[in-house]
Design a protein. Structure first.
Lengths: 556, 556
């Protein structure tokens, strides 16, 4: 993994494509990798990263565990262990069609033969990009948007996204921030054509990630009409359709419309990752009346197959309407609402603005006031400051947001984690606020923190320093960063830390590298024992505590 | 699906790439799709297709079902339902490393961090092609070989295979048919370079599919040395490593060698599809010491993820050495051997030559004497004749075999299916033998069959006719076929069939199209009831019986 400030080198063994895949890591992946290397756990790793950056619903594990361990789930039939129909076993496609007919309120029963099941919506985006577009073709997508889609359509399929920028400040006839309108779609399409792009499709997210917006059927119809007029395919991602908990908005699936404007070019995506809180189950579905598309997807299905037993289990869940309607869905909604309320209250206390929405697992929050200047380089510094405080969030630029300073904060984690996350966020924001004080009035972060009653030595790094302690993400970002580093010297607090630490090279290593080194050493030598006293002399108790924890962990 | 003799049309909604994926179907896929549309089942569909074409082990379902439904398999932990490490959960990578260390007899313990788990070896081939090669680069592969690899490396990754042809007749210093030698590798590499190809890697299958060959460690070392000298990556596919049952050969994994010639360029593949008889479980693994490759594969892992609960179950299986060593593996080997013996005896009775081997699920048989002339067009006719008799086999050209007339016959199906398959094979071969009689001595197939005591009206189509009743596969094959059709008029038997049938267009429809039409009609009208009397008049009892079966099936 790319950790510390090592710059990844071109590897002569891999192809140019392989190197580019390996070296290119977006911000979301960087955070995700760091989190995976150092997950918070109340008991075994209390100083690990709290992840309010990855959109997962962790509120309903108890309900799912109970259901997924009922005896009906333990069924193995010969067909489950044999090569399947790559579009999905017919029993599952039938259940998906019934499920979508009911929960999307389609006017007519949906047909199983229009359903394709793959191992997740990322796979579906990849396969759709390959079958609807040729390499270097483009797809329109309003931004901000769930950033991983960029890689989903590009890595294998070499399709590029063309952004339709939405802005935090309403413009023209807009009545709300980040409002999507047909005019904006028209303008972006024109622009793309001027740039010589061959635009083949439009991606719409509804409910929207990260905006939390739910589009009315009138709005959606307008977007679909626009696409029809320009002969664009539309991929409508409705993966959060059952995660709408706000009272104001009612979600309407495009499958509920009385006739789609262009059914041969409209493809509706859903999956169990979000609405059934099972991102790890790897099941996504597409519904399309375009039979040739279904057939083309079939050809790619062998790369995106779902295990037979998993297909069976998912069919069992979808057909268990008692459990869905009486247990899971209402309780899930209640918990979503409760967690959402908690986070919104906390954000209000912190005087952080956010659009009030009631869908998805996240709040789209405006942290621009914590930026020294309104640039994406500064936004990245704020993001790194959170990560330094062992809190993973997603910053707007990872979602190609046009306005800097916005962050997506996930609220669907267990209460104690969410609380700890909010706590760490506060600490980070206080530090950031401190660094906003003009240069001549600045004191060290240590003093600021002590006065706030929360000082620990590991908290003394400033946002400037964090630029160095985590890896460079994409080359564009690296460029931005280097510019900042040139103009801003390291602060006194940073030097203090390095001196107090007693190991001059340690401040440039991330916690993850440390764990890696520890685990290696602990198994082969007495390195840690030897270094312990050296470490104990002159460091504060918290740091020692972290070290002791790591020692325990590494010994396991 | 492409059935009947409809030629697929270019669909203006899809991209060129999407159309090319949709329209291009290899012979293996064609057969696979036909089988999936009409699977044999003793009770519900006795006239369905017997599949001795797809390499699956169906001999051990009882053992697997028992093991996979033990209570330990029903465990759900939070991490299983969350986004995983895309290289595989660490608990599974650890088990895979231990498992491979033991069963490949590696001199040192293999390392979990060198393991990548994906949903099947097809996915691994795709991801390896993308990371080791740039588009249009080439990979050397000795032919014949498991034909699906062609699509695996091409569909997403646009990498081409360059064949190293092996021949049925030993040449030069060869001591056995289809012998792979370093000389042949050298010659093919030279040839590829002359053609301007950028060859990046070599794929080696050991045990070999379809040859059933097990290479000695001396031979393998020679191949690896060749690759090292030319700086080629080697993907060593050892997916049949535990399915070696012959007494003559002992399998040696390259992971057992004392040091690989070029460890940074050697990548060893395994999976549960074959050795654990679970093709439907979608789990494949790669072992590579090249850390940058592992990292690049990680980036593509999101398209090839395995569900958390499946990863857990596979780890449970791999660590259950009692079950593996005392139950599954010895019993599996016993059954493999028994089924192999049955088929070899039958082939001997039929005087069909085949190399004696003891690995894999198949016999590589020489049916060239049933070809009217030694061409691949004739081979395809023989393949279609089998399919007409509702027996799916794989013909040599689907594996890019350089000599026409070879077929891969799977023996790892349940006894009654294997027997029925052999029965249908005999019938088909008798028909083929009949058509080998010179034109002036020919009688209709009906008479031949009646004299053989096995005649049914549905068996009267000749090999010539079968060209029309199944779809065209790749364009190259279509060309071959058209040539044949031009030179050979339809036989009398064909015309007879069409007249007797009473529905002039029906003879050009396959059984699958029929089922499709039936199912559609039966649910919406009284079409079948109306057509039944018309059909009954003038057709033989067998055909009516098939129709009655279909009627029952369609009503369900």
């Amino acid at each position: 993994m790319l950790l510390g400030d090592q710059t990844p080198q071109y590897n002569p063994y891999l192809s140019r494509r392989g190197n580019s895949m390996r070296i290119h890591q977006g911000i979301l992946q960087e955070g995700y990798n760091q989190y995976h290397a150092n997950k918070h756990d109340e008991k075994s790793n209390p100083h690990g990263i709290i992840n309010l950056g990855t959109s997962e619903n962790k509120l309903c594990f108890d309900l799912l565990q109970k259901r997924l361990t009922r005896p009906d789930m333990l069924n193995i039939e010969p067909a489950f262990l044999q090569y399947p129909d790559w579009k999905g076993h017919s029993f599952l496609r039938e259940e998906v069609a019934k499920f979508l007919s009911d929960y999307c309120c389609s006017p007519k029963p949906l047909k199983p033969e229009n359903v394709v099941v793959m191992n997740g919506c990322g796979s579906l985006f990849s396969a759709l990009a390959a079958t609807l577009c040729d390499p270097e073709d483009a797809i329109l997508i309003p931004s901000p948007f769930y950033g991983v889609i960029t890689e989903d359509v590009d890595l294998y399929s070499s399709v590029k996204l063309h952004h339709v920028p939405l802005y935090s400040q309403p413009r023209g006839s807009d009545v709300r921030p980040f409002q999507l309108t047909v005019d904006k779609l028209e303008n972006s399409l024109k622009e793309a054509k001027t740039e010589g792009l061959n635009v083949k499709a439009l991606i719409l997210l509804n409910p929207h990630n990260p905006l939390g917006e739910v589009y009315s059927s009138e709005e959606m119809t307008g977007f679909l009409q626009f696409a029809k007029m320009h002969q664009l395919h539309v991929i409508v991602d409705e993966i959060y359709m059952l995660s709408v908990f706000g009272e104001k908005h009612t979600f309407r699936s495009v499958l509920s419309l009385d006739g789609l404007p262009d059914p041969q070019r409209t493809h509706v995506m859903w999956g169990v990752s979000k609405d059934f809180a099972m991102a790890g189950m790897r099941v996504g579905t597409i519904y399309s009346e375009n039979k040739d598309l279904v057939q083309a997807l079939d050809q790619l299905g062998c790369f995106h197959g779902v295990p037979g037993p998993t297909q069976y289990q998912m069919a069992q869940l979808l057909r268990d309407r008692d459990w869905l309607n009486s247990e899971f869905l209402p309780e899930n909604k209640r918990r979503l609402k409760e967690a959402h309320e908690y986070l919104t209250e906390e954000l209000k206390k912190l005087d952080i603005p956010f659009p009030h929405r009631g869908a998805g697992f996240f709040i789209w929050a405006d942290l621009s006031k914590f930026l020294k200047e309104k640039t994406f380089a500064e936004e990245l510094c704020v993001w790194r400051c959170f990560l330094k405080h062992r809190l993973l969030l997603s910053c707007g630029q990872a979602f190609s947001c046009a306005s800097p300073g916005w962050f997506r904060i996930i609220f669907t984690d267990q209460q104690h984690k969410l609380q700890l996350g909010v706590q760490r966020m506060k600490t980070a924001l206080e530090e950031l606020q401190g660094s906003l004080v003009p240069e001549d009035q600045r004191t060290t972060a240590v003093e600021l923190k002590t006065s706030a009653g929360r000082a620990t030595r590991t908290d003394t790094k400033t946002t400037d320093e964090c630029k160095e302690t985590t890896l460079k993400s994409s080359s564009a970002q690296t460029k931005l960063e280097n510019t900042r580093i040139k103009t801003e010297p390291l602060s006194l607090a940073d030097e203090n830390f390095a001196i107090l630490n007693g190991q001059s090279n340690m401040h440039s290593e991330s916690l993850d590298t440390l764990i890696g080194a520890l685990q290696k050493q602990i198994h082969s030598s007495d390195w840690l024992e030897k270094h312990r006293p050296e470490l104990a002399a002159g460091v504060d108790p918290t740091q020692l505590e972290v070290f002791t924890d790591l020692l325990e962990k590494a010994r396991k």
